[in-house]
Design a protein around this ligand. Sequence first.
Ligand code: GCU
Length: 343
Amino acid sequence: MWEKLRREEVLEIFRENVYGRVPSTPYSKSYKVVNEDKNAMGGMATLKQVDIIIVSGGKSLDIHLTLFVPNNLPKPVPAYLLIDNRGPSNTDPSRKLKSEFWPAEEVIARGYAIAVFSNADVDPDNFDDFKNGIHGLLDRGERQPDSWGTIAAWAWGASRCMDYFETDRDINSEKVAVVGHSRGGKTALWAAAEDQRIAMAISNESGCGGAALARRKYGETIERINNAFPHWFCNNYKKWSKNEDSMPFDMHMLIALIAPRAVCVTSAGEDLWADPRGSYLSLYHSLPVYRLYDKSTILKEEMPPINKQVKSRKVAYHVRDGAHNMLLKDWNWFMDFGDTVLK
Ligand code: GCU
């Protein structure tokens, strides 16, 4: 019943009211390996830089995927794919610049591949009336109240990376975790809701329009996010500004769309803007759907203390000490959970 009927209804609720619908415009897609280094990270990994080239209506768009695969392991391996919203200094393929935001060496050392694409390749993060990025290629005709926004475009980009993984024999495309921080975390949840090939979604401090329950109106509200980022969601989402109590849904239903696949929701103690408690409760209230698949998925209603990860079957949560960010500490918990669900 859930899978055959209700899941599709709930997915439609989120397409119609929050992120918008992907247009059905045809496009072609090809992959070009632009760089390969079998001796990256001092011999620990193979670097592949792949352009995912999308063509439609005489225009083209390149998604630049960077991927490191561990050398000394049997293939295929599970992978983490970051939807990067911070820029290239965090994801340097030469590894001269290193950043905890994308701790490639540490992920390789734990036996995973690690990949990244920049959200801006798919759609630049500014309001330009949907002229640039993938909107400029695929949107035709008048914009509708449920036309896709920028978050749905970024999620679509993650799915194009999944298409590529299905062609790369080094990657176990059935064991890919999509990771995002903040606006990227909202995107990771929506990508996993729409694309059932994604084995695990990691929502790091995604807040409003991501994991946090909207009805709590704690921290960022729908009105504030619509005013500050009018391009992120579909136009129908504006109906819920200052009107949360009339919503026929809340964000626990977004998390439920990911069941029975894995989901890891995280918060940071000082990041009240992203409502840690509302994010935990959202995960907690998604569990009735997780339990349709595995009755032993159980979390307590009260939040765990700072720096203590809680896990049950396919769900995990932690609240890290400190401010809004994604750090190695967070990644270590992602991988502790990954070790139980991706390996
Ligand atoms: C702003 C925005 C959040 C978003 C964050 C980010 O703070 O209000 O919704 O998550 O930027 O992406 O870093």
